[in-house]
Ligand binder design. Structure first.
Ligand SMILES: NC(=O)C1=CN([C@@H]2O[C@H](COP(=O)(O)OP(=O)(O)OC[C@H]3O[C@@H](n4cnc5c(N)ncnc54)[C@H](OP(=O)(O)O)[C@@H]3O)[C@@H](O)[C@H]2O)C=CC1
Ligand SMILES: O=C(CO)COP(=O)(O)O
Length: 313
């Protein structure tokens, strides 16, 4: 049995993918109408197949199998504190991408701090919920340092979800978190009409600072070059489907961004704090943090990035 907590776009899409494979799935969301409506407003047009059992209480998810935590990063700590007690003996797999703004912890550390006794894993990598729900081929990374890693990898793999495994939890988490920050910046470039050349430069320099930051925090370089880093960066910086990219496009064009879960906003602030404390240079993230806070405008951000002291690549 696979349990999914959080019936937003990603949790719903994953539940649908598991059910399509014939796997027993239980889905819990805080939306009381889900059991009868059988459609998440966060993933419109996708009807839950009968095999997905929508459960009323979180404790119903704690069966013999992993439980996926599919809520926004800034909600994970609060969810575990308020509802997580029955899940603490299960293998927990965070599906969120970000850094907790209060504790500056990644998802696995947040799960550990909540008192989890099973695996503390992270599922990340380039994957839009809508693509997963449609059954399009997707490759993801399961990051887990515990002995349960391979069993979880096998349990979550389907004909359309190909799951790779790594023990580098910090690297996988930071790649997934930071790519959203760079995607906002890439969106700003496109929204402001600065062109594809500028976007390529921004994404490349963004990738350099992702690596600098992640390696300083203990990640492996090859993880940043994998699905959870470069793979997700490519997807998110080039697709209009991305909410982070769309947020940036709106900012760049001088429009009010659409209401959505945009993880890069909080992650930029958290990354700047962590980097500042360690003396790590993160010019793109710093600029995104100031832009989304409304402290500077696009023209000023571009000028600041372009006029930095010349250096070796
Ligand atoms: N969508 C995608 O394509 C992908 C998303 N992700 C990641 O998955 C995570 C979730 O994103 P996504 O599903 O898209 O977001 P959505 O905005 O679609 O849904 C978020 C869900 O989390 C629920 N939620 C919010 N706060 C809490 C809480 N405190 N307790 C319980 N549930 C809560 C929301 O409930 P309610 O509706 O009641 O507000 C909603 O169902 C993010 O970190 C994102 O980066 C990863 C890969 C792909
Ligand atoms: O993480 C994602 C794709 O891998 C989803 O990106 P957005 O949150 O920007 O929509």
């Amino acid at each position: 049995m696979i349990g999914v907590a959080g019936a937003g776009a990603f949790g719903t899409a994953l539940a649908v993918a598991f059910a399509r494979e014939g796997l027993p799935v239980r889905l819990w969301g805080r939306d009381p109408g889900l059991a009868t409506r059988r459609e998440s407003p966060r993933l419109p047009g996708v009807t839950l197949p009968p095999r997905i059992e929508v459960v009323e209480t979180v404790s119903d998810l704690a069966q013999n199998g992993p439980v996926l935590l599919a809520m926004p990063m800034q909600a994970l700590r609060e969810f575990l504190a308020a509802e997580g007690q029955p899940l603490l003996a299960s293998d927990l797999v965070a599906c969120c991408k970000g850094i907790d703004l209060t504790t500056l912890q990644g998802p696995a550390e947040v799960i550990e701090a909540a008192g989890a006794r099973g695996a503390r894993a992270v599922l990340t990598g380039p994957s839009f919920a809508a693509d997963i729900a449609r059954g399009l081929p997707t490759a993801l990374t399961l990051a887990c340092a515990g002995p349960q890693a391979q069993a979880i990898q096998v349990a979550l793999s389907t004909a359309t979800l190909r799951i790779y495994r790594t023990e580098d939890v910090v690297g996988a988490e930071l790649g997934g978190a930071l790519k959203n920050v760079i995607a906002i910046a890439a969106g700003v470039v496109i929204g402001a009409g600065l062109g594809d050349s500028a976007r390529a430069a921004l994404v490349t320099r963004g990738y350099a600072e992702m690596g600098r930051f992640a390696l300083a925090l203990g990640a492996r370089a090859e993880t940043l070059a994998g699905l959870s880093g470069l793979g997700d960066l490519l997807l998110t910086c080039t697709s209009a489907q991305s909410r982070n990219f769309a947020h940036g496009v709106a900012l760049g064009a001088g429009r009010v961004p659409p209401q959505a879960t945009v993880e890069g906003v909080a992650t930029a602030r958290a990354a700047v704090r962590l980097a500042g404390a360690r003396g790590i240079d993160m010019p793109v993230a710093a600029m995104v943090a100031r832009l989304v806070a409304g402290e500077i405008g696009v023209a000023e951000a571009v000028k600041a990035l372009m006029s930095r002291p010349l250096k070796q690549e």
